[in-house]
Structures are given as C-alpha cells and as structure tokens.
Design a protein around this ligand. Structure first.
Ligand code: E4P
Length: 214
C-alpha cells in the first residue's frame, strides 16, 4: 500500500519524506491557498523535493481549458499528475490527456460508477472522498469497497487513492480493503505511529532501568 501526503506544505512533505512515509503527494486549490505564497513557486518546490507522483489540480471547468492547463502543469515535472474533477467536461479531458500520455487523477468521486467512468476514460488514478461522505452520515468506505470490486472485475489498471482521510481508522479500513493508496494529511500521518500504551511502556522500561542502575 502506498502512502501519499495530502498537503501543499513543503515542510510537512519534507518531514514525511524523512519518516519514509511519502510515496507521493496530492494537492488541491484549498491546500495551496493555505500556503499564502505564489502557487507556481510552491508547486515547483514540491515537484523538486518529491520523486513520486504529485497531483496538481486544474482550475478550468471546460474541457479545452482543462487540457491546456493540464499540459502546462505536466510540463513542470515528469512526476506531475493532473487532477481533473469528475464532471462530463472533466471526463472528456481525461480521455484526451490519456491519449497524450499525461497522467490524471479524477477527483471529487462520491459514488462507484463515477470511478468506473473515470477508469473507462483512461484515468491513472481515481480519488473517492471518504471523509466528506462520512460527514453527511453515510459510510464513505463502502464506495471504496465497491470501486475495488469493479476494478478487479474488469482488470482496470487505474489505481484507487482513498482521499479525504480524517483519522487513522480510515487508513486501517483502506488497508484492509486493499486500496492501492491512501492520501493522508500530515497530522494523521503522525497519529499512525502513536499509541498511549507504547508511551506508557517506554516510561515504565526507563523507570525500571533507572532503578537497577542505582
Ligand atoms: C484529495 O486528493 C484531496 O486533496 C483531499 O483528500 C480532500 O480532503 P478534505 O475532504 O479533507 O478536504
């Protein structure tokens, strides 16, 4: 299972790389806006520090505009992947870009048939948004399960990125289902390594060690 980091913050990406937990990066306009810097400069820096795929989202909403933006973003680095929203115009763009050899990540997927359509169009990745489905009191992870069955039924090579992850349980569920990738915010990435019993255990070992040293 690959771990991507869901951030546009270069410091977080560098820390994640040091932990060995960053196989790729996903960004979006909201994450880039949080950096309060020139987005092109941030994108350039991310592409230079990460070897793995970096998803960069288009802003245009029409096919022609999306394709033009995608070609520009793809020219910024060999590891650039273009995030395209799951719309009719977006799917037409994915079909064109896929023929041109440009990698795409179809984003804002909320039901399994959207993922099927994206895979048929030649998407490299699909991103179902789990947390946002949970937020409206539905089971986000159910759609990941369905997408994985559909992709296996028809042997699609499109990889599933479990996105909109809010907590370590989402990562566990994604792993149990065999999802290809989880894209994880930095705070959750750190939480994955923690357990209060680990901390208590270390504290007790150190205390006992001190007692025999006296
Ligand atoms: C995925 O690629 C998105 O950037 C991200 O996971 C969205 O998550 P959110 O619902 O926390 O904004």
């Amino acid at each position: 299972m690959k771990f991507f980091i869901d951030t546009a913050n270069v410091e977080e990406i560098k820390k994640g790389l040091e932990m060995g937990l960053v196989d790729g990066v996903t960004t979006n306009p909201t994450l880039l806006s949080k950096e309060k810097k020139n987005p092109d400069a941030v994108i350039g820096e991310i592409l230079s520090v990460v070897d793995g795929p970096v998803s960069l989202e288009v802003i245009a909403t029409d096919t022609k505009g999306m394709c033009e933006e995608a070609r520009r973003l793809a020219s910024l680095g060999t590891n650039a992947v273009i995030k395209i929203p799951m719309t009719e115009e977006g799917i037409k763009a994915v079909r064109t870009l896929s023929r041109e050899g440009i990698k795409t990540n179809v984003t804002l997927i909320f039901q399994p048939v959207q993922a099927l359509i994206a895979a048929k169009a030649g998407a490299t990745y699909v991103s179902p948004f789990i947390g946002r489905i949970d937020d409206i009191s539905l089971r986000g992870m159910d759609i990941v399960e369905d997408i994985l069955v559909i992709f296996s039924n028809y042997m699609f090579e499109t990889e599933v990125i479990v996105a909109s992850i809010r907590n370590p349980l989402h990562v566990l569920q994604a792993a149990l289902l065999g999802a290809d990738i989880a894209t994880i915010p930095f705070n959750v990435l750190k939480q994955l390594m923690n357990h209060p019993l680990t901390d208590i255990g270390i504290e007790r070992f150190l205390k006992d060690w001190q007692s025999i040293k006296k």
